[in-house]
Design a protein around this ligand. Structure first.
Ligand SMILES: Cc1cc2nc3c(=O)[nH]c(=O)nc-3n(C[C@H](O)[C@H](O)[C@H](O)COP(=O)(O)OP(=O)(O)OC[C@H]3O[C@@H](n4cnc5c(N)ncnc54)[C@H](O)[C@@H]3O)c2cc1C
Length: 422
């Protein structure tokens, strides 16, 4: 690494990659991309479903369709998506519309967890060939905005002309710290709370026609991140709780005939709890306390009867598949989920079962909690996600995106701002 670069990018997720490619391909600027992990994290590495239709993955307050579509074409040139063919969409859309539910028609591709590492390695290799300096396992500790310097964990310092911060959702605390130090105003009052459903594929056969169907229900509930083929549920560790999530391997792997997807309700908080992270911690901790420090799970059959699931519920009788998240604790969701959230999600599930009959089979499992604390969104001073002169904040961490393609597009937009202002 040199002692100074025209542009320093913190974080090599899709947002950081989008910025790095755009700057190096459109200028002679020196670029340093810093990543604290061995490999970039998040959705590029896990599952890697890419959505190529606005508004999926975009924050609608910051993007319009025309601008997003222009960027998505540029994203596709780097990620070369293999768009999955959809079938019978008009039938599903009509059924949904009859119930006041919207089914979005999204162009998608799916890489799969097993192939994603190769994709990331290719992208990094291309950046190196184009002249970007990439430093993996290199964590940025602090920024001195006035002196235009960053400090690494090993206490070395590097100067920048422009700096782009793209630390992702997990970089929440770090980003908040930086904003506080630089007196940047921000908000964090939106959070998605919900459950993850795991079912036999035959009880949710729409996935054969539409890989990741995006249903939007009344009550701000939606389906999110559907996985099938070789599909698994995992838990993600946060400071005070675990959230569940799902992913699938590519078609190279044998199918386990299961499907999983999230049902999320968006909550906008107002005084006195105005932090989505704070609310998530309250709910997450409550779930952990009720289920011995692990996510909770309940079979639909038990839920409908109003009784908790027990270890015996997960047998080979009617309940004919085993949970893929082995250490989730059988329990009673209605003790853990606030009634407003549970009511709206359950209503949405009944609508979904009318559109795709079968998903409410007694064997279907509901896992809780799945929580998406999207962002700590700064006040931007330009449409290029500039927060202060020469300082840009992008990606899921800064609330400019909600997915791989939107994050990459945010990187391009910040890069355009840098090129315009230089
Ligand atoms: C399990 C999982 C599965 C997902 N699946 C999908 C999917 O299939 N499709 C989809 O569209 N989205 C998916 N997502 C969401 C997706 O990951 C995000 O929308 C996207 O990665 C956001 O990009 P980003 O660049 O903003 O942040 P990230 O991808 O999170 O990248 C941020 C990077 O910054 C690094 N970093 C943070 N702080 C520092 C620091 N101080 N110094 C140096 N480096 C730092 C982090 O290590 C990280 O690599 C998934 C997320 C998870 C967790």
């Amino acid at each position: 690494m040199n002692q100074s670069y025209d542009v320093i990018i913190v974080g090599s997720g899709p947002a950081g990659l989008g910025a790095a490619f755009h700057i190096i391909e459109n200028s002679s600027k020196s670029v340093l991309l810093l990543e604290k992990s061995k490999i970039s994290s998040g959705g590029l590495r896990n599952d890697c479903k890419q959505n190529y239709t606005y508004p999926v993955g975009f924050t609608t307050e910051l993007w319009n369709e025309e601008e997003a579509e222009r960027m998505l074409a540029m994203v596709a040139r780097h990620l070369n998506p293999d768009i999955v063919q959809q079938r019978n969409l008009d039938v599903y859309i009509k059924r949904a519309e009859n119930l006041g539910v919207k089914l979005l028609n999204i162009k998608q591709s799916h890489v799969g967890t097993d192939r994603a590492k190769g994709l990331i390695a290719d992208l990094i290799q291309k950046l190196l060939e184009k002249g970007v300096t990439v430093a993996l396992e290199t964590e940025v500790d602090d920024i001195n905005y006035d002196a235009k310097k960053i400090y690494l964990k090993d206490e070395s310092e590097i100067r920048f002309g422009d700096i782009v911060l793209a630390p992702g959702r997990a970089g929440y605390n770090w980003l908040q710290n930086q904003m506080d130090k630089m007196n940047i105003q921000y908000s964090d009052n939106v959070v998605d709370v919900g459950v993850r459903i795991e079912a036999r594929e035959q009880n949710y056969p729409i996935v054969k026609d539409y890989y990741d169907p995006k249903f939007i229900f009344p009550g701000r509930v939606r389906t999110f991140c559907t996985n099938s083929g070789s599909a698994h549920i995992v838990k993600e560790k946060y400071e005070k709780y675990y959230s569940v999530n799902g992913h699938a391997y590519s078609t190279d792997m044998a199918s386990n005939s299961l499907v999983n997807f999230a049902m999320l309700k968006t909550i906008t908080l107002t005084d006195p709890v105005v932090s989505g992270h704070q609310f998530a911690e309250i709910l997450g901790q409550m779930a952990m306390q009720l289920s011995g420090g692990q996510p909770m799970m309940q079979r639909i059959g038990d839920f409908r009867l109003g009784k908790r699931s027990k270890r015996e519920t997960f047998n080979d009788d009617l309940y004919d598949f085993q949970p893929t998240l082995k250490n989730a604790t059988p329990g009673d969701l209605s003790l853990a989920i606030p009634s407003k959230i549970l009511r709206d999600i359950w209503r949405a599930m009944k609508l979904l079962d009318t559109i795709i009959p079968g998903i409410l089979h007694p064997s279907t499992i509901i896992y809780y909690p799945e929580i998406k604390t999207y962002a700590i969104r700064p006040e931007f001073i330009s449409s290029y996600f500039m927060v202060k002169k020469n300082l840009y904040m992008i990606g899921d961490g800064a609330g400019t995106s909600r997915g791989i393609t939107g994050a990459w597009a945010s990187g391009i937009r910040a890069a355009e701002g840098i090129l315009l202002n230089s």
